[in-house]
Design a protein around this ligand. Structure first.
Ligand code: NAD
Length: 498
């Protein structure tokens, strides 16, 4: 059986804890590899390596650091087919979507290529008599990232791209369910010219996460995953004096106003609800049509689209989505579907029991559609993270606005309308972090920032963009003067700028 090793100090490192996790091929259901799970001692050894590497790296001028990012981008692009195939084989998302996952990460690397400009700092000449004031952003030291299974390319690059560009070294603890791509990214960063030890990939589960949260040399922890664990990581990390940003789960709503271009909205909705088998934190698993006529027309059009949906193995170029990540996750999704039935929602399309000829043991779930879902239902309040779309009917704009606003999660939301004023009011008032107007998956571009509200994010800085730079740096402000001539008297009063 293939063993997936850690990547520390520029080389593969066999695990010594004696603990491993199975890595599946979701298309066939077979175990294809075993990944080493680090102990606290193994994590500590990687942190010591990272701490040593960080000193020289921080002293490397920003333009040279940016050149490494440029070269890394070139290497990843040159190997896109190989990397997408690796990602797809462990995650189960189709090849085109796997390339999209990596490409969205590369867009953050492109942003990181501009780091010399971004780190220039601020300068005020003559803030007082002969006094100049300047501020600079300095790296923190060793930082860590803990990432989920659903974007094994993009989310690690969100984190290490910026953290390393500003002069930190990094410990990446990727998801144990699809760990191979993050290791390849680490190897390519070294090939691009980053010194050994600047990016270390340490695999693991709760043991490794706890070791990160308690390690005194780790200054900042970025986490993306489910909300209960995000909340745990935030509170334990913060209690240990670390900077923590912890992104959690989601339940995003698509609001359809009566004047929307319904054909376009349904096309957008289908892709956003079922793409990547619904395993996206910016998926649209809830649709809220306003008014009975809109709801009935929407339901009919959604049904027609579901009829044409092609579910297949992740390497099938005709497949629109592939299997879900594990048998356990498939089971969880199917349990939620049964729960929806038991709660009294109308199961219009049942994706359970979906089987693909020749791949009967694969982790496939067919598209499911619920109508008459009510806000009090558990299946509405909780994240299902599968190819399940729920219709929640609303009578009015106000009711449609209140649903995502009052939902415990607040990652993304989309509104479909031709009415600019209604869209503007919705965007202004909705209690959610990222809003799409006729855009179904409003993931902000790399030079803006990504982050939800409420149970979708803990901590106060977003991922990437300038907030990412702030998260991974600390500000130092220098007030300088060069006195000459007679000695001035002591000042016992706080100096002011009168
Ligand atoms: P997860 O919470 O199970 O795992 C995330 C990370 O936490 C992994 O690295 C895992 O090894 C680690 N972990 C697992 N159990 C742990 C424990 N008990 N203690 C400490 N660490 C633990 O999430 P997942 O299933 O890999 O990913 C899907 C979730 O991530 C969904 O909830 C999804 O909405 C969310 N997500 C959020 C965003 C966002 O930006 N808000 C983006 C992508 C995914």
């Amino acid at each position: 059986m293939r063993q997936i090793q850690h990547f520390v100090d520029g080389q593969a490192l066999a695990g010594t804890s004696g603990r491993f996790a199975d890595v599946f091929n979701p298309n066939t259901g077979e175990v294809q590899a075993q990944v080493a799970l680090a102990s606290a001692a193994e994590l500590d050894a990687a942190v010591q390596v990272a701490a040593r590497a960080q000193i020289g790296w921080a002293a490397t001028n920003p333009q040279r650091r940016a050149r490494v990012m440029f070269e890394f981008k070139r290497l990843v692009e040159a190997r896109m087919d190989e990397l997408a195939a690796i990602l797809s084989s462990e995650h189960g998302k189709v090849i085109a979507d796997s390339k999209g996952d990596i490409q969205r990460g590369l867009e953050v690397i492109e942003f990181a290529c501009g780091i010399p400009h971004i780190l220039k700092g601020e300068y005020t000449e003559g803030a007082g008599p002969g006094i100049d004031v300047y501020s600079m952003r300095q790296p923190l030291g060793v930082c860590a990232g803990i990432t989920p299974f659903n974007f094994p390319g993009m989310i690690p690059m969100w984190m290490f791209g910026i953290s390393i560009a500003v002069g930190n070294s990094f410990i990446l603890k990727p998801s144990e369910r699809d760990p191979t791509l993050p290791v390849r990214l680490g190897e390519l960063l070294m090939e691009a010219g980053a010194p050994a030890g600047v990016l270390n990939v340490v695999h693991g589960d709760k043991v490794a996460v706890d070791a990160i949260l308690h390690h005194p040399l780790i200054r900042a922890v970025s986490f993306v995953g489910s909300s209960d664990i995000a909340s745990y990581v935030y509170s334990v990390g913060a209690a240990n004096g670390k900077r923590v940003q912890a992104m959690g789960g989601a339940k995003n709503h698509g609001i359809i106003l009566p004047d929307a271009d319904l054909d376009q909205a349904v096309k957008d909705l289908i892709g956003a609800a079922y793409g990547s088998a619904g395993e996206r934190c910016m998926a649209l698993p809830v649709v809220v049509p306003v008014g009975a006529r809109t709801a009935d027309a929407l339901r009919e059009k959604v049904l027609a689209e579901i009829d044409t949906l092609k579910v297949g193995i992740s390497t099938d170029p005709a497949a629109q989505y592939g299997p879900v990540v594990t048998a356990a996750h498939k089971q969880k999704i199917e349990t939620y579907i049964q729960m929806g039935v038991d709660e009294g929602a109308e199961l219009v399309v049942d994706g359970r029991g979906f089987s693909l000829q020749g791949y009967e043991k694969g982790f496939f779930v067919g598209p499911s559609l619920f109508d008459q879902v009510k806000p009090t239902m558990k299946t509405y309040q909780e994240e299902i993270f599968g190819p399940v779309l729920q219709i929640v009917r609303a009578e009015t704009f106000e009711e449609a606005l209140s649903l995502p606003s009052e939902h415990p999660y607040g990652n993304g939301v989309a509104i479909f309308t031709r009415n600019g004023r209604a869209a503007r009011e919705f965007a202004s008032r909705v209690n959610v972090g990222m809003v799409g107007i006729n855009v179904p998956i409003p993931v902000p571009v790399a030079y803006h920032t990504f982050g939800g509200w409420k149970r979708s994010a803990f901590g106060d800085t977003n991922q990437h963009g300038l907030e990412g730079v702030k998260f991974y740096t600390k500000v130092k402000t220098i007030t300088a003067r060069w006195p000459e001539g007679a000695v001035e008297d002591s000042a016992f009063v706080i100096p002011t700028m009168k």
